[in-house]
Design a protein around this ligand. Structure first.
Ligand SMILES: Nc1ncnc2c1ncn2[C@@H]1O[C@H](COP(=O)(O)OP(=O)(O)OP(=O)(O)O)[C@@H](O)[C@H]1O
Length: 237
């Protein structure tokens, strides 16, 4: 569970990344964050992940061990080129069981047998699969995804979205997904938070009450997409 209570990030000279953000995530919930460029989505994820401690407000999780509160994945895989796949996944891990867990995760993401490959030998989609495995290694309470598939081609993106769905089904991982892709949000999320403005604030929330797995062409998802576009002020589409 995650509670974000009146959180703001003010940069030097009083410039705000985002302001007075409030929301909650329940166990196993997948929540999307949508908003126009510059409204503070990435800044918010950085603050939640503990990469930027200079925020105001309160952030609370139910994780007993703070090191296990968040796992993070970015738009690009951020693998270390001099380490093979398995060493990239276990890099920095302290537990003796990490090696075996990494091998299991590699199988989960469809890359069994690629343990000894180096990042230069992987496609963009394969590298993001490794990044997914790495983000799950310490069994985080909450997964933070910052536009994880936006650099991938359409087919690879759909494969990885379906991979996330199967991981959620198995692990019930609470997830916050920042995306620009409204189709992705309505296909994957239980709820979408809409941010607007500069500095950004939470403007509204839309519940995607459709059973999973969903059909990408579902007419009700198309209606929800329309609703989101209206909330974002793209009324002509
Ligand atoms: N270190 C910083 N110092 C000053 N301003 C910053 C800093 N980091 C981000 N900002 C500002 O905070 C605002 C929010 O940026 P952020 O990257 O979080 O937006 P975003 O919604 O993720 O944008 P995009 O969708 O384009 O990725 C922007 O106006 C940005 O210029």
């Amino acid at each position: 569970m995650l509670t974000v209570d009146c959180v703001s990030r003010i940069f030097q000279h009083g410039k705000a990344g985002f302001r007075h953000v409030d929301f909650q995530l329940s166990k196993g919930e997948v929540v999307g964050v949508l908003g126009t460029s510059g409204c503070g989505k990435s800044t918010l994820l950085r603050v939640l992940a503990g990469l930027d401690p200079n925020y105001q407000g309160m952030i609370q999780t139910s994780a007993e061990n703070p090191d296990q509160a968040f796992g993070m994945m970015f738009q690009e895989p951020r693998l270390m080129p001099w380490l093979n796949v398995i060493d990239n996944i276990t890099f920095g891990a302290k537990r003796a069981s990490s090696q075996q867990q990494a091998e299991e995760l590699l199988e989960t993401v469809g890359l069994a047998g690629f343990e000894k490959h180096f990042p230069k030998d992987l496609s963009g989609g394969m590298a993001q699969r490794v990044a997914i495995a790495r983000s799950l290694l310490h069994q985080p309470e909450i997964l933070l995804l910052d536009e994880p598939f936006s650099a991938l081609d359409a087919f690879t993106k759909m494969q990885l979205q379906d991979l996330l769905l199967s991981i959620w089904e198995k692990h019930d991982t609470t997830t916050l997904l920042v995306t620009h892709d409204i189709d992705e949000a309505v296909y994957l999320c239980d709820r979408v938070i809409i941010m607007r403005g500069q500095p950004g604030q939470v403007e509204s929330e839309i519940h995607i009450d459709r059973p999973k797995p969903r059909k990408r062409g579902d007419a009700q998802l198309a209606e929800l997409k329309e609703e989101i576009l209206k909330e974002l002020d793209f009324t002509k589409t």
